[in-house]
Ligand binder design. Structure first.
Ligand code: SAM
Ligand code: SF4
Length: 337
């Protein structure tokens, strides 16, 4: 077999923040709307969604994705809200999937219609999926997501497995009094599959208030039943955050956003569905609007300058809330999880 050609060199300079961190990963929210109402994420009603005219158009998203990739961004994750409720999402995936400098185009989804659109998403160029599923129990699902769609999500996971679209990541937000006793059920259910199950500590966004279940508790529950062996996690994350579950194909991961351990190596920024550049998950009052630069007729060079200006505001680490304040402003659907 001949040697593979090296990927083309990005034509614009890399994005380096004021603390020398190179940004090459962007989480892009395509909508703040969702067909679920997870208790930790959204209120049941009374949500003021972004006006459709304020959302970035597909042309704007594609152009932004291209300029970012020319600046060395090689990974984009589509998120929301629920990205698959955005009309014609397949078209958007196709447009971004065709960007030659992008190495990885992934999506975080609640999985509700993957049984239907999974094959088309893969064909359109989506490389990887994260599926959020907090419980395997129907009653708990209805209580947590406030919709009766557990079977659809499980069918979506099966469809992804049938497509051999593996490894797959599952996101489980662990909430006290809801699903914290179920953590071993996830391992049991997916033991035969190369699945990474990431147990996420609840973050106190917006109005929702739960007591956080620390990873140490989740880990103790897992270790009461399984042997955990530290492994190197995906994308260069430290070995202490991922463990292979002995006797299964499953890897479990711990995601604790309140800890600042990831800030030093932070390589990412977020773009909200209305095109504002958000440097840090926690607390950022003023965000640069890259959408406005495009709508004002700015050139690609203007867009590059706006992105660089935005990145210059990236803080060294997020505020932890140790002083009692809540560093998590807004909601996950505005930020793009
Ligand atoms: N709708 C998609 C989904 O649920 O996968 C994508 C958007 S969602 C905001 C992205 C991720 O954020 C999900 O895995 C969700 O569980 C997580 N999330 C939302 N609110 C959270 C919170 N308050 N604390 C921790 N994780 C949260
Ligand atoms: Fe929707 Fe995802 Fe938020 Fe649940 S976590 S309400 S699925 S955006």
């Amino acid at each position: 077999m001949g040697q593979q050609a090296p990927p083309p060199r990005p034509p614009r300079g890399a994005i380096i923040d004021p603390f020398g961190r190179r940004i090459h990963y962007v989480r892009l929210s395509v909508t703040d709307r969702c067909n679920f109402r997870c208790v930790y994420c959204m209120p049941e009603e009374g949500i003021e969604f972004t006006e459709r005219s304020e959302l970035m158009t597909f042309e704007e998203i594609e152009r932004l994705g291209r300029v970012l990739s020319e600046m060395g961004v090689d990974r984009i994750r589509l998120t929301g809200g629920e990205p698959t409720v955005r009309k014609d999402i397949l078209e958007l995936v196709g447009r971004l999937g065709a960007l030659p400098l992008l190495r990885d185009l992934s999506m975080t989804t609640n999985g509700w219609n993957l049984a239907k659109i999974g094959p088309a998403l893969k064909k359109a160029g989506l490389t990887r999926l994260n599926i959020s599923i907090d419980t395997l129990d129907r009653e708990h699902f209805i209580a947590l997501a406030r919709v009766d769609r557990l079977d659809d999500v499980l069918a979506g996971i099966e469809a992804v497995v049938a497509l051999d679209w593996l490894p797959l990541k599952l996101n489980v937000v662990v909430c006290e009094g809801m699903n914290e006793l179920e953590v071993t059920s996830f391992v049991e259910r997916f033991a035969h599959l190369p699945v990474t199950i990431r147990f996420i500590e609840y973050m106190p966004f917006g109005e929702s208030r739960f007591n956080l279940v620390p990873w140490s508790h989740t880990r103790a529950r897992l270790e009461a039943r399984y042997e955990l062996q530290p492994v190197q996690g995906p994308q260069g994350s430290g070995p202490a955050n991922y463990w292979a579950v002995a006797g299964t194909k499953v890897v479990v991961g711990a995601i604790g956003a309140l800890s600042r351990q990831f800030c030093e190596a932070c390589n990412r920024v977020r773009i909200t569905s209305d095109g504002r550049l958000k440097n840090c998950l926690a607390y950022e009052p003023e965000m640069v609007s890259v959408r406005d630069v495009m709508r004002a007729g700015g050139s690609d060079d203007d867009l590059e300058l706006a992105i660089r200006a935005g990145i210059m505001r990236k803080p060294i680490a997020h505020i932890t809330g140790e002083d009692g304040s809540n560093p998590f402003e807004g909601t996950m659907i505005q930020i793009g999880g």
